[in-house]
Every structure is written in C-alpha cells, then in structure tokens.
Design a protein around this ligand. Sequence first.
Ligand code: DLL
Length: 433
Amino acid sequence: MGNYFEPAIECADRETMRTLQAERLHDMVRRCYENVPFYRSLLDQNGIRPDDIRSVDDLHKLPFTTKKDFRDNYPYGLFAVPREELARVHASSGTTGKQTVVGYTSKDLDDWATDVARMIAAIGGKKSDFIHVSYGYGLFTGGLGLHYGGEKFGATVIPAATGNTERQIDILRDFGSNILACTPSYAMYIGESIRKMGIDPKTLPLRAGIFGGEPWTDGMREKIEELLDIKAYDIYGLSEIMGPGVSFECEAKNGLHVNEDHYIPEIIDPETGEVLPDGEQGELVFTCISKQALPLIRYRTRDVAAITHEKCSCGRTLVRMSKPCGRTDDMLIIRGVNVFPSQIESVLLDLKLGSSYQLVVDRVNNLDRLEVQVEMTDDMFSDAVKGLEAAEAKIAAALHHILGLSAKVRLMEPNSIARTEGKSKRVIDNRKL
Ligand code: DLL
C-alpha cells in the first residue's frame, strides 16, 4: 500500500479522531477570526468568540459559508495568509457569475497530495503503477490534483491531460497505463472508442480507474468496468475545500471515506440548516480544519449525500459519505416533482441503454415539459421505426414508474449527443425560472 495507508488516522477510534479535530478546529476558527475580515465580522455578528469553539460538538454554533461569500469577496478576500505565502491558485467556473478562486500554501498542496495518495493506496495502487491522468490540467483542480497525488504516492504519472481520444488510447496501450484518472463520462467515451478501434481491453494493462468530478451512478460504474475491463472507483472533491480527494472509495466500493483529519463533514436540511443524523440524505457541508490559505467554516457544497460513521469492511473508520446523487441546485422541479438527472440515468442503464442522454426542459402554455433524449445503441438503430416507437414508449413507462412524472422520450442516432472530455452537461433548462 505504499506509505500512504496511515492506520493511526484512517483507522483511528472516534475519540482519537474527535480530539485531533477539536484541536484543529479551534486553531482554524482563531486563524479565520484573526486573518479574514469577512469571518471576523461574521463571527462578531453572531456573537461568537474563537474560544467558544472547543469541541466538534460546538460546530453547529458556527454560521455557514456559501458560494455567494466567494463572489462577494472575489478574488482573494477569503484568503487567510499573505500573498507571499501562497504557492498556487486554482479556480472553478460557476454556472453563474464570476469564477471561484481558491489558494494553497505549500503545506496545503502537500496535504492535498496526501489525500489523493491515500486513495491510490486504498484501491491497491503500487509504486510500479503508471497513472494516466486525463483530467483537465490548468485552473481546474482535477489534473494537477491527481498528478501530484500520484507522484507523492510514488507511482509514475503520465500527464496525458484531455483531448485527442485516439492518441489517449495509443498512450494507454503503448505506455502501459495501469490506472486511468478522468471524469466518468470521459471514461465511457474512451471505453466506447477503444471498442470502435477494435481493441480488446483485456489486452491492455489497465486495471483500475479513479473517476469523479461529476455525479455518476453504480449503473454507469458497471458499464465502464465492462467497457474497459477494470475496477472503477469514485473520488469526490470540490475546489473550495481542496480539489479531488476530499473523499475517496476503497476496494469495498461502499461509500467514500472523508479525509476527516482535514475536513469535517455534516449533513444538513437544505431548507432549515438543521444537522441531520447518520443515514439521512441532505446537503453536504464541510469545515476545512487544517487548510492554511483558505480555511472555510461550514461550507455549503449544494451536493446531496448521506454519511455513516460505521466502520468499513476495509478497516478504515474514516466517516463515509454516499455517492453524491446530485446537487440541490441541479435538482429539477418539473410540475412540482423533484427530479435528479441521476434517477433518469439509473432507469436508462437498467434498460441497457447507453449512458449518453440529455434532458431538455421547456415550459409550454405554463406547463413544464421534460424531454429525455437518449442515444440508441447500434443494434437498436438497425431496427425498424415501429420498433423504435415501442422502445420510446417502454422507456417513458419506466421513467414514469420511477419519477411519477410523464416525459417525452426521443431516441437519437448513435453518437449524436456531444461527448465531453471534462464534465458532461446533462440538462438544458429552457424555462427562464
Ligand atoms: O470537480 C474536483 C474533482 C476533480 C473531484 C476530479 C474529483 C475528480 P469542482 O470543479 O470545484 O471540483 O467541482 C466540484 O463537482 O461540488 C460536485 O457537485 C461535483 N463532483 C465532484 N466529484 C464528484 C463525484 C472538482 N465523485 C463539484 N460525484 C462538486 C459526484 C462530484 N459529484
């Protein structure tokens, strides 16, 4: 497992972990108060002194931080260290408005690389492995995050970046990549392209994949595993908190272990802000307790998940979060029904359809209309039109059963929905809500 399986942390008992977290939390709140004017006034307004926060149980006393606070303090207003201590900045493009700019000291970068290296250990990585990184390099945290994590682990990194899929496949084959790291939608695309090029994945040395950056279902996991003949693991993270590696799957594939010595997770009711118990689904909130450049107090991620403190079969006690099933802000409300794109994806995969789909929402005569555009498989395409109508009706019935909502299903020609190398865009909402 290299040097990055750290049982003292990853298998610590709850008391030990809470003691470590309490110390770091207290120190972090003090640093925020002293160095970030935004936090000083927020804590003052809420009548909180840093010394009031002594244990993890005090967390709920603290106010939340949101994406809006980044916008209001753009670009560097939330940083807690002077410029000369910064080693790097990244940014993520929001759906609205300005980019969110995030910063790291060299210790932060080192901690981040450790987060990722722990995952590589947890999925059975070896120092002799070649890790093929096809996340975007640049301001996006995916590329450099996996890159330095792989190097820190001691593996050999192939910084393939995105683009030119045929060349990616040449590299996979000729350089002998063992682990592929990219978004799940790009992994699907690489898998489909490998098949089209007539390459048998069993002839490649590829063994595992580290996929994240966007929601994906277990159905999609099975598809990728089959297409590429590998084991596919989930990695989660967000730039505001660090980047990829905030949490990671182990070989048990039973939830993502949060690197709790750095980030304390909570699940809240997105409406009331109330903290929810283990097992209940709600909005994920993280507090970064060891970050120097950008410590965040109770950051609302908008991601929907549940957490459990039960020990994992791998022996780790690090709290686990479920695969995020969507975001509070990409949840569509169609004719009053809450719909997550991931629910639709599950239905399509159950019906053995491809995972290339797009949802188009319109409002016609004040009524919401959902159209689910699904790419046909090559076999279906060769069928007669009558068969296609029946197939559309079958999909619509299955969607109705799961969503409680009628949707128009439109089967599309194979490869007609645009493929992405980065995060896929699943929803086109034409209602100007
Ligand atoms: O996407 C960091 C990352 C890169 C994670 C590569 C994993 C792999 P952002 O661009 O700031 O950072 O986007 C963060 O992406 O709040 C989630 O909504 C979504 N997301 C990231 N990983 C997952 C995942 C990176 N495994 C936002 N499952 C997050 C579901 C994910 N959603």
